[in-house]
Structure formats: C-alpha cells, structure tokens
Design a protein around this ligand. Structure first.
Ligand code: AR6
Length: 179
C-alpha cells in the first residue's frame, strides 16, 4: 500500500526551514553545544534553553537514542525535537541501533504533537564521527519504514549541510522509493 508522505533532501541550513518541527542533534546534557545544536540555539534564542532546563529538572537530560521536544523561539519552525545521536566508537557499541532510535523516536514525538512536516539534520555525522554512508542508509531506511506504518506525516525533509551527505541521502531516497 502506498502512502502520501514525501521524503526529500535539500542542501542548506536547518535553522532556515519552515516546517512544523526541526530536529536538533543534541547531547545528553541538553544544554547546547557546537555544530547544528549551537546554530539552533543561536537562531531560536533563549526560549529553547529555558524549555530544555525544564526537561532537565523533570528527567535529568536525554539518553542516547531518545528525544524531547521544546518550543522553537525565533525559528520559523514551531517545535525543536532534540535527540541525542551516538558517538561513533568503531561500530560495536550499538551505534547503528541507537542512530535508528533517534530517527524513530523523533518521528514519534512529531506525530504525537500533530506535526505534519519535520526536518532532520544528518545526526551524528559531525562531531560524533558516525560514517556518513552508513548514517545516510540508516536515516532513510528508518524514516521510510516509519512512514509505511504511520500516515499522519506529510513531509520528511533531510537538510544536509555538506554536499557529501546530500548526495548520500539522495541516493538512499532513490533506492528506498524503488522498493
Ligand atoms: N543545518 C543543518 N545541518 C547542520 C548545520 C545547520 N545549520 N550545522 C551543522 N550541520 P553535529 P553530531 C550538520 O556536529 O555529530 C554538538 O556539540 C553537520 O555538518 O552538529 O550529532 C552537540 O551538542 C553534520 O552533518 O552533530 C553534541 O555534543 C550534522 O549537522 C554533538 O555536537 C551533525 O553534526 C553532536 O554531534
């Protein structure tokens, strides 16, 4: 059975995209950091950290593979979904499963909050050094599997910051749509 969720990729800056929710590649402290995390907190303003601190007070941060949701402040999105990707450590520390959990749990949180459109960065492929080709395969396959079973999302957008990730994600999307 076919579904109506579009899976697309663009080369660009995730802080500029207008969707219901953007996903942040955070760390378990939820207190911000470099990379896309720093860019999102800078562009969204203090409201994001304020909400993160409430979550920290409630549950003490966010474990690898899990996701939490905050307001998006000055960003064009309505929500930021913060997920914590695995640090690549050779591949024998359940890094692949944990990365798939990031995508699945973020999609579920978006669905639970009535989001129709969501944008992902290439989680773990920067400071956390996950190999980009494997990360792209896991990202697209996990999203494609999810939207086969859940029909509420209209669009899932991968916002790639570098050409290598963009090409890898595009080829995985072509691959998955052929199945
Ligand atoms: N829009 C889209 N993608 C971006 C942007 C942007 N504005 N900026 C960077 N990227 P990284 P990680 C890409 O390092 O590997 C933080 O300090 C980047 O090119 O941001 O999951 C956190 O606090 C790369 O492809 O996240 C954690 O401590 C991808 O986003 C740690 O980094 C992810 O790179 C998380 O490391």
């Amino acid at each position: 059975m076919s579904n109506t969720t579009q899976i697309e990729a663009i080369l660009g800056d995730i802080t500029k995209v207008t969707v219901d929710a953007i996903v942040n590649a955070a760390n378990s402290s939820l207190l911000g950091g470099g990379g896309v995390d720093g860019a999102i907190h800078r562009a969204g303003g203090p409201v994001i950290l304020e909400d993160c601190k409430k979550i920290i007070a409630r549950q003490g941060g966010c474990k690898t593979g899990e996701a939490v949701i905050t307001r998006a402040g000055n960003l064009p999105a309505n929500y930021v979904i913060h997920t914590v990707g695995p640090v690549w450590n050779g591949g024998n520390k359940q890094e692949r499963e944990k990365l798939a959990n990031c995508y699945r749990n973020s999609l579920q949180l978006a669905t639970d909050n009535n989001c129709k459109t969501i944008a992902f960065p290439n989680i773990s492929t920067g400071i956390y050094h996950f190999p980009k080709d494997e990360a792209a395969r896991i990202a697209v396959r996990t999203v494609a599997d999810y939207v086969k079973k859940t029909y509420t999302l209209h669009k899932v957008l991968f916002v790639c910051f570098d050409e290598e990730n963009y090409k890898l994600i595009c080829s995985e999307i072509i691959h998955s749509s052929g199945n």
